[in-house]
Design a protein around this ligand. Structure first.
Ligand code: F6R
Length: 604
């Protein structure tokens, strides 16, 4: 939560910071601000999105500065609580992502020493702490101040007295250095500076960096120099732009045929009929474990539920799937269990906490993530990248389908290692995987049908999604997509569960979206649809092109093409993303930045 950026170099900092913040605003968009050092340090901040605040900021001279886009935690959404926060003399400015747990106590002590606070934020305490010990060396002052902090933070600091220098420090919140020529960057995430450089250095927990336009120094918490390898990111700047689409979400939905190619790239060999992961991942999968526990939050949790179906269908390994926020307190500590964390960002606080606990308990850990260098990749024994490129829309789309496909590849690999999958079956999976982008492309062309269905949904106050088997988590995800971007109350259910309670909520104004793609449960789904219609609720069935029966039962039918029962869930997920998108669009919602949400949830 919250996006931060720092820049020092030869360009006007104002433009670099504002551009970076616009690319980071999926991390929070309650308020935003920048500080630029020219002859003096000048700060501009306000509530609202960066695009609005930009208009109030005059042309500024200065090639060093910091910026922030906020998702409020401590203190309401006000101009005073927006970052940067300042020291009493307004010469030190800081931006912060995270939570300072002991801020109240520190604040009381600082007030006694005469510091004047103007905000309700935990962040302001850091500015005053630095001020308290500052004697001309900002680097030393930040070291001394940070030693007093408890909690999680990525902090970027500038001082008017030492222009052209930025200090960064991280603990449990992301901070990455962008390495340029005669300029350097610091940011919460790579898209913030990808336009200028794709060379990066990832800071580890407890590390500090001191950045000028020509030098980067990294130090550990004991002030010892750390040598960091520069890494080159192969994301294209176009991936972080809308490319003519009205919203990032729509662009990312349309990216999916290409995303699938990327997920399979280097992993799937049609000729040799093999699946390849890195050596350490393969070693981990080949090792003995009593069970797999998959932990995740939100959309990643639903992808994990799909993963459970795959692993249990293809191997003899028992799988449990848990919400990371629950597993933390009630999960296993059994070292014979393999913990797999699924997290797009690699930064979700609850998921990270599980990974740390699991490691401390001697459990083996694997992460499936989209972000190289993220905290999760640094903690886990091994990681698999979903290779989907940056996802900017707050609602996860392409990373969800990439997670599902990655989990299928992992299941297939495990099945081969366990000898539970014949070569003919493997061949069929490989063929279906190769054909998947074609089916997704086909769904993407069905805009008219999907828009027409969105017209039926747009005035609903409540909608249900149902499915059985692997279609059940897809129904859960379909409902999440609709509720988060259209603000229509939506719930997903296992179809057989409706009669155990939720039926009480059905009215003629409650559309029910029934995903009906599994042969084994087809008749049961038809029976469920009948029960729903008997209560007067309209049913929108999501059914295969070849299904000639469904029209007799449902009020409306949305069709999808797919030969493979196992992989139809990917195609249906894309269709339901589009249904949510067009519904939200008809309701004029803020699709890329839904209210109260942020993409990377770094608070527990
Ligand atoms: C919903 C969505 C969230 C995330 C969740 C976990 O569209 O994106 O539910 O899936 O916050 O985030 P990651 O996968 O980054 O751990």
């Amino acid at each position: 939560m919250c996006g931060i950026i720092g820049y020092t170099g030869f360009r006007e900092a104002r433009a670099v910071l504002l551009d970076g913040l616009k690319r980071l605003d999926y991390r929070g968009y309650d308020s935003a601000g920048i500080a630029v050092i020219g002859t003096t340090l000048r700060v501009y901040k306000d509530v609202g999105e960066i695009a609005n605040i930009e208009k109030q900021i005059p042309a500024l001279k200065g090639t060093t500065g910091i910026g922030h886009t906020r998702w409020a935690t401590h203190g309401g959404v006000t101009k005073e609580n927006a970052h940067p926060q300042l020291s009493c003399d307004k010469k030190i400015a800081i931006v912060h992502n995270g939570i300072i747990e002991n801020y109240q106590k520190l604040k009381e002590t600082l007030i006694k020493k005469g510091h004047k606070f103007v905000s309700q934020t935990d962040t302001e305490v850091i500015a005053h702490l630095i001020d308290e010990v500052y004697d001309g060396n900002i680097e030393e002052a930040v070291f001394a101040a940070v030693a007093k902090l408890k909690g999680s933070y990525a902090i970027v600091v500038v001082s008017e007295n030492e222009p052209e220098k930025i200090i960064g420090v991280r603990k449990e919140s992301p901070l990455v250095i962008g390495v340029g020529d005669n300029e350097n960057f610091l940011a919460s995430d790579i898209p913030a500076f990808l336009k200028y450089t794709n060379r990066v250095m990832f800071l580890d927990d407890g590390e500090f960096c001191v950045i000028t336009k020509n030098a980067i120094r990294i130090l550990n918490a004991q002030k010892k120099p750390v040598h960091k390898k520069e890494e080159v990111i192969n994301w294209d700047v176009k991936d972080a732009e809308k490319s003519g689409f009205p919203h990032f979400m729509l662009k990312e939905i349309y990216d999916q045929p290409e995303t699938i190619h990327q997920v399979l790239r280097g992993r799937l060999s049609e000729i040799e009929q093999t699946i390849t992961f890195s050596e350490d991942v393969e070693k981990l999968l080949a090792s003995k474990f009593s069970a797999i526990h998959i932990v995740a939050c939100g959309t990643s949790y639903y992808a994990s539920l799909v993963g459970k179906y795959f692993i249990e269908q293809l191997t003899d390994i028992p799988v449990e799937v848990a919400l990371a926020s629950e597993y933390r307190y009630y999960g296993s500590r059994n070292p014979s269990v393999l913990v797999i964390a699924v997290t797009q960002s690699g930064e979700t606080a609850d998921t990270i906490a599980v990974l740390k606990d699991a490691k401390n308990s001697g459990m083996r850990t694997l992460v499936i993530t989209n972000v190289i260098g993220s905290t999760a990749t640094r903690i886990a024994d091994s990681y698999i990248l979903t290779q989907s490129g940056p996802e900017i829309g707050v609602a996860a789309t392409k990373t969800f389908t990439a997670q599902i496909i990655t989990l299928l590849l992992l299941s297939l690999k495990s099945a081969v290692l366990q000898d539970t999958l014949g070569s003919a079956e493997m061949y069929t999976y490989i063929i279906h995987l190769k054909e998947l982008p074609r089916y997704v492309r086909d769904v993407l062309q069905r805009t008219d049908e999907i828009k027409a269905m969105a017209e039926h949904l747009k005035d609903a106050t409540s909608a249900f999604y149902i499915g059985r088997g692997v279609d059940y988590p897809i129904a859960l995800e379909g409902a999440l997509k609709l509720k988060e971007i259209s603000y229509i109350h939506a719930e997903g259910f296992a179809a057989g569960e409706l009669k155990h309670g939720p039926f009480a909520l059905l009215t003629k104004d409650t559309p029910v979206i029934a995903v009906i793609a599994q042969e084994a449960t087809y008749d049961k789904m038809i029976a469920n649809i009948g029960e729903i219609k008997a209560r007067g609720s309209p049913v929108i069935a999501v059914a295969e092109d070849k299904d000639t029966e469904i029209e007799k039962h449902a009020d409306y039918v949305l069709r999808f093409p797919c030969e493979s029962k196992s992989l139809s869930c990917v195609v249906i997920a894309v269709l339901l993303q589009l249904l949510a998108y067009h519904t939200a669009n008809l309701r004029h919602c803020s699709i890329d930045k839904p209210r109260n949400l942020a993409k990377s949830v770094t608070v527990e």
